[in-house]
Ligand binder design. Structure first.
Ligand SMILES: [Zn+2]
Length: 323
């Protein structure tokens, strides 16, 4: 009996405090969940690419294939250097349903990915303009949304509303986290509510849909952006194409649920290639800062002054809280 008690205690410790993502930002080769070698094979064209070169090219193959990027890689691609401050980094789930095997799988995934859950949130600047940003990571339980992601996003929107700042969210998700059942589904309403209060305050919200964005994430905050961008060729939808085909007994049109199809049908505002993402976000932010004086504490301030002002009151986040 004592033995069991000890084992449980050990878990609780490692679950909450073990993986600190900032300690694991080393070169690609050091991360356990990616190919160990110095070369990477493209699944689309079969070319063997020097891994470092691939990273330099924002993980885009010469053939145009987009390799998946981790949340921290994505942040490195779009944020101004050394401006990102992470919020709620240690927030972890309580496994509300005691779902069989979930706690074990969580610890394994945390150790393999260096993430505490499937979303990294924080504050920083893009092209000189301060934003709150959230980036989902599909490597963590398929980027599925459970209580932690819901809570982190809600806090992100609430902080942004309080500080009158725009929100940018990169989505990558298989949907709701089935191991947390109804608690996962509740997050759709909770995050949407927070996004709506942010919107009522007249603030800008941009979503960037990356491959794949599906299920409850599509059905809630992913599609609520004032501006919805997407990476080329990303799978975006509610149910997957196979499930729809099986349900309606019909073959779906070619390219169905890909970014380009959604752009044509008005669900997406613009497809932005990965190498142009940072400047596009910067341009959109600047456009809104210029046109909308509400974003400014003092309308006469330049964006560069705003950053200094806002970085002073960032530390109101309680890092070890649980949802
Ligand atoms: Zn290729």
């Amino acid at each position: 009996m004592n033995k069991n008690l000890f084992r449980t205690k050990k878990y609780a410790t490692s679950k909450i405090y073990r993986s600190r993502p900032q300690d694991r930002l080393g070169p690609e080769e050091e991360k356990p969940n990616v190919p160990q070698g110095i070369m990477t094979k493209c699944p689309a064209c079969g070319n063997i690419i020097y891994t470092k070169l691939l990273l330099k090219n924002m993980k885009i193959c010469e053939c145009g294939y987009y390799f998946k990027v981790s949340a921290y890689e994505r942040l490195a691609m779009v944020m101004d250097e050394d401006t990102f401050v992470e919020t709620d980094q240690q927030l972890t789930t309580r496994d509300p349903l005691n779902f069989p095997g979930y706690a074990d799988k969580l610890v394994k995934t945390q150790n393999a990915t260096g993430l505490v859950d499937g979303l990294v949130t924080g504050k920083g600047s893009i092209c000189g303009i301060t934003v709150y940003i959230g980036v989902m990571d599909a490597a963590f339980f398929m980027g599925s949304m459970g209580t932690v992601i819901g809570e982190k996003l809600t806090r992100l929107f609430e902080r942004a509303t309080k500080e009158k700042l725009p929100v940018i969210i990169f989505t990558a998700s298989g949907g709701a986290r089935m191991q947390e059942g109804i608690f996962s589904l509740m997050q759709m309403a909770k995050v949407s509510g927070a996004a709506s209060r942010h919107s009522e305050a007249g603030l800008l919200y941009i979503t960037v849909l990356t491959d794949p964005t599906t299920g409850g994430v599509t059905a809630s905050f992913a599609m609520l952006g004032d501006i919805i961008l997407a990476e080329p060729g990303a799978l975006i939808g509610f149910a997957g194409p196979r499930v729809i085909e099986q349900t309606i007994g019909q073959k779906l049109p070619e390219g169905f649920q890909r970014s380009e199809f959604l752009l044509e049908h008005g669900f997406v505002d613009m497809i932005v290639t990965r190498d142009k993402m940072r400047e596009t976000l910067g341009a959109l932010l600047k456009l809104h800062y210029k046109e909308n004086p509400r974003y400014f504490a003092n309308p006469a301030d330049k964006p560069s002054n705003i950053i200094e002002e806002n970085t002073e009151n960032t530390n109101d986040n309680s890092e070890t809280d649980k949802p």
